[in-house]
Design a protein around this ligand. Structure first.
Ligand SMILES: Cc1cc2nc3c(=O)[nH]c(=O)nc-3n(C[C@H](O)[C@H](O)[C@H](O)COP(=O)(O)OP(=O)(O)OC[C@H]3O[C@@H](n4cnc5c(N)ncnc54)[C@H](O)[C@@H]3O)c2cc1C
Ligand code: FES
Length: 327
């Protein structure tokens, strides 16, 4: 057993328990969401003790130096003294909803006001707060040419935050957000051969940003985007993506439908899961950058397969849309 000192109070940490679980077991109201190291909403600062490097993965170098770490994946060898981050350190701010519309029966598009002081890369995500709850949403907008943030939110049955955003939040309402966060964005790499982007459902959000970001920065390599839905109606931005395809010879878009036998598939749609369609179109991924977003199973399985097909791990950028864990 080791000791965790949080905001001056000491708690015994059981063997194999994370710092976060230890605090929650002791009724400490610590913020968290994914509980798997992805969303950074639980980030705290250690003021004494040794932080395992795995608890600082994906944090900025400056944050690591300051002792920031993710308690949800932290199992220290010895005692640790930690403090919560205040709103300023979390970079929490209020943004106003300026547009609200549905892209299909289950996906809401929210646009939030933002000025140029909000610096981000297309494809990163923000954390959005509803009282004590925190949920991550990816940015679909382009930082340089669009003066608002765009989010695509899938309505999840019984989902607390997605249904609140779909039903209750209105244009003009302020939303509390922190970020930007995450590493899922495009930057040109040496000798890159192409970009493969695969997403399901609202997983198109970051890819819509990433693909347009690459094209606006004159990327002339082959870019393939495969977006999957259960039915054609559950895909969205089909016309916009076809228009983009028409305007750029190096960009190909495959809308993919995973159910049916294909007999009533509309023209231009592919039958199958987007990851299978992607690999059939591009079976060799050496020197390709791969972007995977959406359903966690799809993302994690495709990540493994992309590696086996030649993509370097450093060139595979993945955001599994993990659900928040329960206390
Ligand atoms: C890095 C990151 C980026 C994300 N980006 C986006 C995004 O751009 N758009 C988006 O829509 N979501 C995104 N998510 C998921 C999002 O953060 C929430 O998990 C999601 O909106 C559900 O929240 P909720 O409060 O409505 O559901 P909850 O109240 O948390 O969950 C209710 C129930 O639904 C289940 N559930 C949760 N999510 C799903 C799901 N997707 N499908 C089926 N069942 C589910 C839960 O296990 C639970 O049983 C992202 C997640 C991460 C970690
Ligand atoms: S990173 Fe810790 S809760 Fe998501």
């Amino acid at each position: 057993m080791t000791k965790i000192v949080y905001q001056g109070r000491s708690y015994e940490r059981r063997d194999d328990e994370t710092v976060l679980r230890c605090l929650l077991r002791n009724d400490v109201r610590a913020p968290y969401s994914c509980e798997s190291g992805a969303c950074q909403s639980c980030t705290m600062q250690a003021t004494k003790g040794v932080i395992p490097s795995s608890a600082q993965e994906d944090l900025k170098e400056t944050q690591k130096v300051l002792g920031y770490f993710k308690p949800c994946v932290c199992k220290p060898e010895g005692d640790l003294e930690v403090v919560a981050l205040d709103d300023a350190h979390q970079q929490k701010q209020q943004l106003t909803v300026v547009e609200k519309s549905f892209l299909n029966d289950e996906i809401l598009r929210l646009r939030l006001s933002c000025d140029e002081s909000f610096k981000y890369h297309a494809g990163q995500f923000i954390n959005l707060f509803k009282d004590d709850l925190i949920r991550s949403y990816s940015l679909a907008s382009l930082p340089d040419s669009e003066s608002m943030l765009e989010l695509h939110i899938k309505r999840v049955p019984m989902g607390v935050v997605s249904n609140w955003l779909c039903d209750d939040v209105q244009v003009g309402d302020p939303l509390s957000v922190a970020g930007p966060l995450g590493e899922c964005f495009y930057h040109e790499t040496e000798n890159e051969e192409g970009l493969l982007a695969v997403g399901t459902g609202s997983g198109l959000a970051p890819l819509w940003g990433i693909v347009r970001d690459a094209l606006t920065h004159d990327c002339d390599k082959t870019i393939i985007l495969c977006h999957g839905g259960v039915t054609p109606e559950l895909l969205y931005y089909v016309d916009e993506l076809r228009e983009l395809e028409g305007a750029h010879d190096n960009f190909t878009y495959y809308p993919c439908v995973s159910t049916g036998d294909g007999s009533d598939l509309p023209d231009g749609f592919s039958l199958g899961f987007p990851n299978d369609v992607a690999f059939s179109k591009q079976p060799v991924l050496s020197k390709w950058q791969v972007f995977l977003c959406g359903h966690p199973d799809m993302v994690n399985n495709t990540k493994r397969k992309a590696f086996l097909m030649g993509a370097a791990l450093k060139d595979i950028h993945a955001d599994p849309f993990l659900a928040a864990s329960r206390a």
